[in-house]
Design a protein around this ligand. Structure first.
Ligand SMILES: Nc1ncnc2c1ncn2[C@@H]1O[C@H](COP(=O)(O)OP(=O)(O)OP(=O)(O)O)[C@@H](O)[C@H]1O
Ligand SMILES: [Mg+2]
Length: 321
Protein backbone atom coordinates (compact mmCIF):
# COMPACT_ATOMS: atom_id res chain seq x y z
CA UNK A 1 0.00 0.00 0.00
CA UNK A 2 1.27 3.50 -0.80
CA UNK A 3 2.48 5.84 1.92
CA UNK A 4 -0.36 7.57 3.82
CA UNK A 5 -0.85 11.30 3.27
CA UNK A 6 -0.66 11.86 7.03
CA UNK A 7 0.97 9.47 9.46
CA UNK A 8 0.47 10.21 13.15
CA UNK A 9 2.52 8.12 15.55
CA UNK A 10 2.37 7.98 19.36
CA UNK A 11 1.21 11.57 19.59
CA UNK A 12 0.94 13.05 23.08
CA UNK A 13 -0.52 16.54 23.53
CA UNK A 14 -0.85 18.18 26.94
CA UNK A 15 -2.43 21.49 27.85
CA UNK A 16 -0.94 23.14 30.92
CA UNK A 17 -2.86 25.93 32.62
CA UNK A 18 -0.81 27.47 35.41
CA UNK A 19 -0.36 25.24 38.41
CA UNK A 20 -3.31 22.98 37.62
CA UNK A 21 -2.62 19.40 36.50
CA UNK A 22 -1.92 19.09 32.77
CA UNK A 23 -4.77 17.88 30.54
CA UNK A 24 -3.58 15.07 28.28
CA UNK A 25 -5.79 15.74 25.23
CA UNK A 26 -4.01 13.28 22.89
CA UNK A 27 -2.76 10.17 24.62
CA UNK A 28 -0.44 8.07 22.47
CA UNK A 29 -2.49 8.51 19.28
CA UNK A 30 -1.40 6.66 16.13
CA UNK A 31 -3.48 7.15 13.01
CA UNK A 32 -3.07 7.21 9.23
CA UNK A 33 -4.99 9.40 6.80
CA UNK A 34 -4.79 7.85 3.36
CA UNK A 35 -4.62 9.89 0.19
CA UNK A 36 -8.08 10.52 -1.28
CA UNK A 37 -10.07 9.12 1.62
CA UNK A 38 -12.50 10.78 4.02
CA UNK A 39 -11.48 9.84 7.54
CA UNK A 40 -14.20 10.51 10.08
CA UNK A 41 -12.98 11.33 13.60
CA UNK A 42 -15.76 10.97 16.17
CA UNK A 43 -16.02 11.22 19.92
CA UNK A 44 -17.95 13.10 22.56
CA UNK A 45 -17.16 16.69 23.57
CA UNK A 46 -13.69 16.94 25.11
CA UNK A 47 -12.46 13.63 23.68
CA UNK A 48 -9.61 15.37 21.86
CA UNK A 49 -10.91 15.61 18.27
CA UNK A 50 -10.02 19.25 17.65
CA UNK A 51 -6.70 18.74 19.41
CA UNK A 52 -5.76 16.18 16.78
CA UNK A 53 -6.74 18.53 13.95
CA UNK A 54 -4.85 21.35 15.66
CA UNK A 55 -1.78 19.13 16.02
CA UNK A 56 -1.74 18.54 12.25
CA UNK A 57 -2.09 22.30 11.75
CA UNK A 58 0.75 22.91 14.23
CA UNK A 59 -1.37 24.65 16.88
CA UNK A 60 -1.38 22.04 19.64
CA UNK A 61 1.23 21.75 22.41
CA UNK A 62 2.67 18.35 21.45
CA UNK A 63 4.88 16.69 24.06
CA UNK A 64 6.07 13.74 22.01
CA UNK A 65 5.31 11.63 18.97
CA UNK A 66 5.42 12.29 15.27
CA UNK A 67 3.22 13.68 12.48
CA UNK A 68 4.44 13.04 8.96
CA UNK A 69 2.84 14.75 5.96
CA UNK A 70 3.83 13.08 2.68
CA UNK A 71 6.69 11.54 4.63
CA UNK A 72 7.96 14.87 6.02
CA UNK A 73 8.02 15.35 9.80
CA UNK A 74 5.89 18.46 10.45
CA UNK A 75 5.15 18.29 14.18
CA UNK A 76 7.78 20.91 14.96
CA UNK A 77 7.95 22.62 11.55
CA UNK A 78 9.41 26.14 11.50
CA UNK A 79 6.96 29.07 11.15
CA UNK A 80 8.13 29.58 7.55
CA UNK A 81 7.46 25.93 6.66
CA UNK A 82 4.09 26.17 8.44
CA UNK A 83 3.10 29.11 6.23
CA UNK A 84 3.99 27.04 3.15
CA UNK A 85 2.02 24.09 4.51
CA UNK A 86 -1.17 26.17 4.60
CA UNK A 87 -1.21 25.72 0.82
CA UNK A 88 -1.50 21.97 1.31
CA UNK A 89 -3.53 21.74 4.53
CA UNK A 90 -6.68 23.82 4.93
CA UNK A 91 -9.38 23.88 7.57
CA UNK A 92 -13.13 24.56 7.71
CA UNK A 93 -14.48 25.34 11.19
CA UNK A 94 -17.92 25.03 12.73
CA UNK A 95 -18.65 28.72 12.89
CA UNK A 96 -17.91 30.46 9.60
CA UNK A 97 -18.97 33.77 11.14
CA UNK A 98 -16.04 33.40 13.52
CA UNK A 99 -13.56 32.37 10.83
CA UNK A 100 -14.69 34.84 8.13
CA UNK A 101 -13.76 38.47 8.70
CA UNK A 102 -17.11 40.36 8.77
CA UNK A 103 -15.37 43.52 7.53
CA UNK A 104 -13.92 41.84 4.47
CA UNK A 105 -15.87 41.30 1.23
CA UNK A 106 -16.28 37.75 -0.02
CA UNK A 107 -14.10 38.69 -3.02
CA UNK A 108 -11.24 39.79 -0.74
CA UNK A 109 -11.76 36.76 1.52
CA UNK A 110 -11.39 34.36 -1.39
CA UNK A 111 -8.56 36.10 -3.23
CA UNK A 112 -6.43 36.87 -0.16
CA UNK A 113 -4.80 33.41 0.24
CA UNK A 114 -3.99 33.24 -3.49
CA UNK A 115 -2.43 36.70 -3.40
CA UNK A 116 -0.58 36.03 -0.13
CA UNK A 117 1.03 32.91 -1.56
CA UNK A 118 1.65 34.72 -4.88
CA UNK A 119 -0.28 32.02 -6.73
CA UNK A 120 -2.15 34.43 -8.99
CA UNK A 121 -2.39 38.04 -10.17
CA UNK A 122 -5.33 40.06 -8.79
CA UNK A 123 -7.34 39.56 -11.99
CA UNK A 124 -6.65 35.83 -12.06
CA UNK A 125 -7.50 35.50 -8.38
CA UNK A 126 -10.83 37.30 -8.89
CA UNK A 127 -11.69 35.06 -11.82
CA UNK A 128 -10.85 31.99 -9.74
CA UNK A 129 -12.93 33.33 -6.83
CA UNK A 130 -15.91 33.73 -9.17
CA UNK A 131 -15.47 30.17 -10.43
CA UNK A 132 -15.33 28.88 -6.87
CA UNK A 133 -18.50 30.71 -5.89
CA UNK A 134 -20.18 28.91 -8.76
CA UNK A 135 -18.72 25.56 -7.67
CA UNK A 136 -20.09 25.95 -4.14
CA UNK A 137 -23.48 27.03 -5.47
CA UNK A 138 -23.36 30.79 -4.82
CA UNK A 139 -23.95 33.65 -7.24
CA UNK A 140 -20.94 35.60 -8.52
CA UNK A 141 -22.54 38.79 -7.15
CA UNK A 142 -21.43 37.52 -3.71
CA UNK A 143 -17.92 38.81 -4.53
CA UNK A 144 -18.84 42.35 -3.49
CA UNK A 145 -20.97 41.35 -0.50
CA UNK A 146 -20.02 40.69 3.14
CA UNK A 147 -20.42 37.65 5.44
CA UNK A 148 -23.28 39.36 7.30
CA UNK A 149 -25.34 39.35 4.09
CA UNK A 150 -25.55 35.54 4.06
CA UNK A 151 -27.30 32.73 5.93
CA UNK A 152 -25.30 30.23 8.01
CA UNK A 153 -25.33 27.61 5.24
CA UNK A 154 -24.25 30.15 2.64
CA UNK A 155 -21.42 31.37 4.88
CA UNK A 156 -20.26 27.78 5.25
CA UNK A 157 -20.21 27.54 1.44
CA UNK A 158 -17.92 30.61 1.39
CA UNK A 159 -15.67 29.01 4.04
CA UNK A 160 -15.48 25.82 1.95
CA UNK A 161 -14.63 27.84 -1.18
CA UNK A 162 -11.90 29.68 0.74
CA UNK A 163 -10.39 26.40 1.93
CA UNK A 164 -10.55 24.68 -1.45
CA UNK A 165 -9.46 27.61 -3.64
CA UNK A 166 -5.89 26.79 -2.54
CA UNK A 167 -6.30 23.30 -4.02
CA UNK A 168 -5.03 21.71 -0.81
CA UNK A 169 -4.20 18.03 -0.41
CA UNK A 170 -5.91 17.79 2.97
CA UNK A 171 -8.98 19.63 4.29
CA UNK A 172 -9.70 19.36 8.01
CA UNK A 173 -13.42 19.91 8.60
CA UNK A 174 -13.86 20.53 12.34
CA UNK A 175 -17.59 20.25 13.14
CA UNK A 176 -18.14 21.95 9.77
CA UNK A 177 -21.87 21.20 9.67
CA UNK A 178 -22.67 20.97 13.38
CA UNK A 179 -24.18 24.46 13.72
CA UNK A 180 -26.53 24.04 10.75
CA UNK A 181 -30.14 22.83 10.53
CA UNK A 182 -30.46 19.20 9.44
CA UNK A 183 -31.66 20.08 5.93
CA UNK A 184 -28.81 22.57 5.40
CA UNK A 185 -26.37 20.06 6.93
CA UNK A 186 -27.41 17.54 4.30
CA UNK A 187 -26.86 20.09 1.52
CA UNK A 188 -23.38 21.00 2.76
CA UNK A 189 -22.47 17.31 3.14
CA UNK A 190 -23.67 16.76 -0.43
CA UNK A 191 -21.51 19.69 -1.57
CA UNK A 192 -18.41 18.37 0.22
CA UNK A 193 -18.95 14.94 -1.34
CA UNK A 194 -19.37 16.38 -4.83
CA UNK A 195 -16.26 18.54 -4.46
CA UNK A 196 -14.29 15.54 -3.28
CA UNK A 197 -15.35 13.53 -6.32
CA UNK A 198 -14.33 16.39 -8.61
CA UNK A 199 -11.06 17.30 -6.93
CA UNK A 200 -9.86 14.11 -5.25
CA UNK A 201 -9.17 15.98 -2.02
CA UNK A 202 -8.59 14.14 1.27
CA UNK A 203 -10.82 15.06 4.23
CA UNK A 204 -10.30 14.66 7.94
CA UNK A 205 -13.89 15.07 9.06
CA UNK A 206 -14.19 15.84 12.77
CA UNK A 207 -17.62 15.56 14.38
CA UNK A 208 -19.43 14.34 17.49
CA UNK A 209 -22.22 13.02 15.24
CA UNK A 210 -21.90 9.39 14.18
CA UNK A 211 -24.74 9.79 11.63
CA UNK A 212 -22.68 12.39 9.75
CA UNK A 213 -19.53 10.26 9.46
CA UNK A 214 -21.59 7.14 8.74
CA UNK A 215 -22.84 8.96 5.67
CA UNK A 216 -19.67 10.76 4.61
CA UNK A 217 -16.59 8.82 5.72
CA UNK A 218 -14.70 5.93 4.15
CA UNK A 219 -13.12 5.05 7.49
CA UNK A 220 -13.97 6.08 11.03
CA UNK A 221 -11.69 6.49 14.04
CA UNK A 222 -13.30 6.86 17.46
CA UNK A 223 -11.65 8.99 20.16
CA UNK A 224 -12.32 8.61 23.87
CA UNK A 225 -10.36 10.60 26.46
CA UNK A 226 -7.60 11.33 23.97
CA UNK A 227 -7.20 7.73 22.81
CA UNK A 228 -8.32 5.95 19.65
CA UNK A 229 -10.60 3.18 20.93
CA UNK A 230 -11.88 1.86 17.60
CA UNK A 231 -10.96 2.30 13.95
CA UNK A 232 -12.16 0.70 10.73
CA UNK A 233 -14.31 0.97 7.59
CA UNK A 234 -17.23 3.39 8.10
CA UNK A 235 -19.74 0.69 7.26
CA UNK A 236 -18.42 -1.55 10.03
CA UNK A 237 -17.80 1.03 12.77
CA UNK A 238 -21.15 2.76 12.28
CA UNK A 239 -23.26 -0.39 12.07
CA UNK A 240 -21.37 -3.10 13.99
CA UNK A 241 -19.26 -1.19 16.52
CA UNK A 242 -17.17 -3.48 18.68
CA UNK A 243 -16.63 -1.35 21.80
CA UNK A 244 -19.33 -0.08 24.17
CA UNK A 245 -18.26 3.55 23.80
CA UNK A 246 -18.81 3.46 20.02
CA UNK A 247 -22.09 1.62 20.49
CA UNK A 248 -23.27 4.48 22.72
CA UNK A 249 -22.24 7.04 20.07
CA UNK A 250 -24.18 5.09 17.43
CA UNK A 251 -27.23 4.96 19.68
CA UNK A 252 -27.02 8.71 20.29
CA UNK A 253 -26.71 9.65 16.61
CA UNK A 254 -29.75 11.64 15.45
CA UNK A 255 -31.59 10.26 12.45
CA UNK A 256 -32.50 12.76 9.74
CA UNK A 257 -35.62 10.88 8.77
CA UNK A 258 -38.60 11.71 11.05
CA UNK A 259 -40.22 8.31 10.44
CA UNK A 260 -37.07 6.48 11.47
CA UNK A 261 -36.69 8.81 14.45
CA UNK A 262 -40.19 7.88 15.65
CA UNK A 263 -39.38 4.18 15.24
CA UNK A 264 -36.13 4.57 17.14
CA UNK A 265 -37.82 6.53 19.95
CA UNK A 266 -40.40 3.74 20.27
CA UNK A 267 -37.71 1.06 20.48
CA UNK A 268 -35.72 3.10 23.00
CA UNK A 269 -38.76 3.54 25.22
CA UNK A 270 -39.45 -0.20 25.02
CA UNK A 271 -35.82 -0.92 25.91
CA UNK A 272 -35.82 1.47 28.88
CA UNK A 273 -39.02 -0.18 30.14
CA UNK A 274 -36.94 -3.36 30.35
CA UNK A 275 -34.19 -1.35 32.19
CA UNK A 276 -31.64 -2.05 29.46
CA UNK A 277 -28.80 0.46 28.86
CA UNK A 278 -29.83 2.58 25.85
CA UNK A 279 -26.96 1.49 23.59
CA UNK A 280 -27.62 -2.23 23.93
CA UNK A 281 -30.59 -2.23 21.60
CA UNK A 282 -28.30 -1.04 18.78
CA UNK A 283 -25.58 -3.65 19.19
CA UNK A 284 -25.30 -6.58 16.78
CA UNK A 285 -27.79 -6.95 13.97
CA UNK A 286 -30.18 -4.29 15.26
CA UNK A 287 -27.47 -1.62 14.82
CA UNK A 288 -26.68 -2.95 11.39
CA UNK A 289 -30.17 -2.38 10.04
CA UNK A 290 -30.38 1.01 11.67
CA UNK A 291 -27.15 2.29 10.15
CA UNK A 292 -28.13 1.19 6.68
CA UNK A 293 -31.45 3.01 7.03
CA UNK A 294 -29.69 6.12 8.30
CA UNK A 295 -27.36 6.19 5.30
CA UNK A 296 -30.39 5.89 3.05
CA UNK A 297 -32.12 8.71 4.93
CA UNK A 298 -29.22 11.12 4.55
CA UNK A 299 -28.77 10.15 0.92
CA UNK A 300 -32.41 10.99 0.32
CA UNK A 301 -32.03 14.29 2.14
CA UNK A 302 -29.05 15.30 -0.01
CA UNK A 303 -30.64 14.12 -3.22
CA UNK A 304 -27.65 11.81 -3.72
CA UNK A 305 -29.95 8.99 -4.72
CA UNK A 306 -30.26 10.73 -8.03
CA UNK A 307 -27.18 10.06 -10.13
CA UNK A 308 -24.50 12.70 -10.80
CA UNK A 309 -25.83 15.74 -8.91
CA UNK A 310 -23.59 18.70 -9.74
CA UNK A 311 -22.17 20.68 -6.85
CA UNK A 312 -24.14 23.75 -7.79
CA UNK A 313 -27.29 21.65 -7.98
CA UNK A 314 -27.41 21.08 -4.26
CA UNK A 315 -28.29 24.66 -3.29
CA UNK A 316 -31.39 24.29 -1.20
CA UNK A 317 -34.51 26.36 -1.32
CA UNK A 318 -34.29 26.63 2.46
CA UNK A 319 -31.14 28.69 2.12
CA UNK A 320 -32.67 31.28 -0.14
CA UNK A 321 -34.10 33.36 2.63
N1 LIG B 1 -6.30 25.59 24.99
C1 LIG B 1 -6.61 24.66 25.91
N2 LIG B 1 -6.21 24.80 27.19
C2 LIG B 1 -6.50 23.87 28.12
N3 LIG B 1 -7.19 22.74 27.88
C3 LIG B 1 -7.62 22.54 26.62
C4 LIG B 1 -7.37 23.50 25.57
N4 LIG B 1 -7.92 23.03 24.43
C5 LIG B 1 -8.51 21.85 24.74
N5 LIG B 1 -8.32 21.56 26.04
C6 LIG B 1 -8.79 20.34 26.74
O1 LIG B 1 -8.35 19.22 26.01
C7 LIG B 1 -9.37 18.23 25.96
C8 LIG B 1 -9.73 17.93 24.53
O2 LIG B 1 -10.28 19.10 23.94
P1 LIG B 1 -10.72 19.16 22.41
O3 LIG B 1 -11.11 20.57 22.14
O4 LIG B 1 -9.66 18.58 21.56
O5 LIG B 1 -12.00 18.20 22.41
P2 LIG B 1 -13.08 17.97 21.28
O6 LIG B 1 -13.26 16.51 21.17
O7 LIG B 1 -12.74 18.75 20.07
O8 LIG B 1 -14.39 18.58 21.98
P3 LIG B 1 -15.65 19.36 21.30
O9 LIG B 1 -16.49 18.29 20.67
O10 LIG B 1 -16.33 19.99 22.47
O11 LIG B 1 -15.13 20.35 20.31
C9 LIG B 1 -10.53 18.78 26.79
O12 LIG B 1 -10.42 18.27 28.09
C10 LIG B 1 -10.30 20.26 26.76
O13 LIG B 1 -10.82 20.86 27.93
MG1 LIG C 1 -13.67 20.33 19.02
Amino acid sequence: MSEPLVQIRNLVVEYRNGRRAAVRASDDVSLDIREGETLGLVGESGSGKSTLGDAILGFAPAVSGSIRFRGEEILHATPARRRQLTRSIQVVFQNPYGSLNPMKSIGDTLTEPLLCHRLASRAEALEKAGNWLDLVGLDISALTRYPGDFSGGQRQRVAIARALIMEPDLVICDEAVSALDLSIQAQILGLLTDLKQRLGVTYLFITHDMAVVAYLADRIAVLHRGRIVEEGPAEVVSTRPSVAYTQALVAAAPLPDPVLQRERRGRRQAASAESEPAWREYGGDGASGDGAERRGGLARATGRERAGGAASGVVGEQERE
